[in-house]
Design a protein around this ligand. Structure first.
Ligand SMILES: [Zn+2]
Length: 151
């Protein structure tokens, strides 16, 4: 949404920079390493889905609530809704693609390639955050962004 406000040129530049912002931010440790190991260590596909889907649904609900809060804020009042949606969707697209890849038994090679690129952007050293620490860190970032948008 912030990129939609500052990146000139319309939906395509906003969409592309939003995707790049996701990949850049994934390089910062944010406590999801443990969650990834937990999901991918599932003994079977059914268990994997039972771990992945509730988390994804919760993630999307939180994203929607934060989007709606920010949408009503003074910071984004003058930004057209299609641009804000483009920024929001672009910023989440790499995770959608990886999620779809995780759900497919035989993902197409182009999807596997995009997933590998996405995965390569992730922070891969020892994550300084536990899952709880990462959730607190991310919640604080969300609260700060809401605070700044309403200032
Ligand atoms: Zn990601």
């Amino acid at each position: 949404m912030a990129l939609a406000k500052v990146v000139p040129g319309g939906e395509i530049p906003v969409f592309l920079t939003a995707i790049l912002s996701h990949l850049a931010l994934d390089a910062i440790p944010h406590g999801d390493t443990g969650i990834g190991h937990w999901v991918h260590s599932s003994p079977d596909r059914k268990t994997k889905l039972s771990r992945l889907l509730p988390m994804s649904i919760a993630d999307q609900l939180i994203a929607l609530i934060v989007f709606l809060i920010l949408l009503r804020s003074p910071a984004f009042a003058a930004v057209p809704l299609p641009l804000l949606l483009t920024g929001a969707i672009g910023s989440m697209l790499p995770d959608y693609l990886t999620g779809i890849r995780d759900l497919l038994q035989r993902p197409p090679s182009w999807l596997e390639t995009l997933h590998r690129l996405h995965d390569r952007c992730h922070f891969h050293d020892r994550d300084p955050f536990s899952i709880r620490g990462g959730l607190i860190f991310q919640a604080l970032l969300i609260l700060v962004s809401i605070f700044l948008a309403w200032r």
